[in-house]
Design a protein around this ligand. Sequence first.
Ligand code: NAD
Length: 500
Amino acid sequence: MTNHITHWIAGRPWSGTAERQGAVHDPATGTVTGQVDYASVAEVDQAVSAAAAAFTGWRSTSIAKRTQILFAFRELLHARRDELAAIIVAEHGKVHSDALGEVARGIEVVEYACGIPHLLKGGFTEQASTGVDVYSVRQPLGPVAVISPFNFPAMVPMWFFPLAIAAGDTVVLKPSEKDPTAANFLAALWKEAGLPDGVFNVVHGDKGAVDRLLQHPDIKAISFVGSTPVARYVYETGTRYGKRVQALGGAKNHMLVLPDADLDVAADAAVSAGFGAAGERCMAVSVLVAVDPVGDELIEKIKDRMARLKVGPGRLPSSEMGPLITGAHRDKVTSYLDAGIADGATLAVDGREHPVTGGDTADGFWLGPTLFDNVKPGMSVYDDEIFGPVLSVVRVASYDEGLELINANPYGNGTAVFTNSGRAARRFQNEVEVGMVGINVPIPVPVAYYSFGGWKASLFGDTHAYGEEGVKFFTRSKAVTQRWPGPTHDGIDLGFPTNT
Ligand code: NAD
């Protein structure tokens, strides 16, 4: 028996018959566990119509009432976080504690959105001119679309839709077709929390559904997260159709270890951030930049920790690292091992030899933690975003050489520096051309009241996700100039109005 996963439109599961479907797998066993419907143009249009129909009522719903629904949603999410985490583990493969962490970080954004009464406050200037006041309001945009990647099926959508809904917009979410069930779970929670039908809709599918959302005249804004080529395409297409677009792309995150760093702390950090979620995180550390002379000692410490990592199914409490998302992705990631050797890098730890323990895993999508040493720009293991458990070490002679390497990289999502020198760390945060920086922290997803976003090829558009920038993205401002003339007034004046 496999699950049938379908769209959620106007407060209920879609009841039609899909023209196309895709398989959903349990990555730990390789078995097909579900079939997900792929939306055609007609189904996307139905979802957008539902969002458009709900918009007028939702934007006029009082902020007090909207906030009550957000609080109820937050309570339900918190109460049912274990269930949601289990859904993520079953379709994504990450370990349960990691899935709970993803849900917790999503809840943070919901909690931030509960502060919407404060966040939507405009400015007011009394007596800007004689008898004239000026003030600003922020108003919702209309139906907006969220298009999300496979690696955070709950958290990434929650970077966007809580604030969009709090601000008075209505939403069509198009989650990844690889792990679609979390989106439907969230939709059912919204309904239980009292959200009116049509305010939050889910369409499943692939490029066809995305293209229709990018072109649909009623969709006013697009929030996208995924790989850089698709992010660039979404940004260029969406803006061509007149929409506001924020498109977050891929990453190649460097961790710079200076000679004065605590190498045990740095080794723990590199292993945690390199191999957590099998490296399928946009904030994973994929390049370790070791400043001479720390390379040899640091690599030994990392190898020692890697050998002890427990790789196995995410549902087992003993597992620390799960499988990759699909067989095709595992094969692609594994192909980098041969490519790295052919390019002249040193394969210090071969993940193909790492044991997988627990249950029926023979056909799962496994690759153990892998370490390359002596990596250089120009090798595909350095140049490409691998998005798997492959950590590359680049050795450099100095801080300046490390900084130059990081700044020359086309991606600019996250980076970290490990040092005991406040002066060096301060210089790094000032000079590095990357959107999110960790200082002895590998690599931080900013808290909900700051915003998330990379630079360069890691983000197209000028607005980051959530925080104040998220509120700005999902609203447009209006400036009002008002005067309440008395019984006598100045009469006609064709001159350009000036402030007096
Ligand atoms: P992806 O680009 O393949 O897919 C992302 C979304 O776009 C999915 O919903 C997918 O259905 C859709 N899509 C795929 N191909 C498309 C196409 N040709 N046209 C239109 N839509 C298309 O990404 P993924 O493999 O699901 O996720 C991994 C990628 O996401 C990595 O590159 C990772 O770095 C990135 N990511 C970035 C961030 C960030 O914040 N910058 C966060 C998470 C993931």
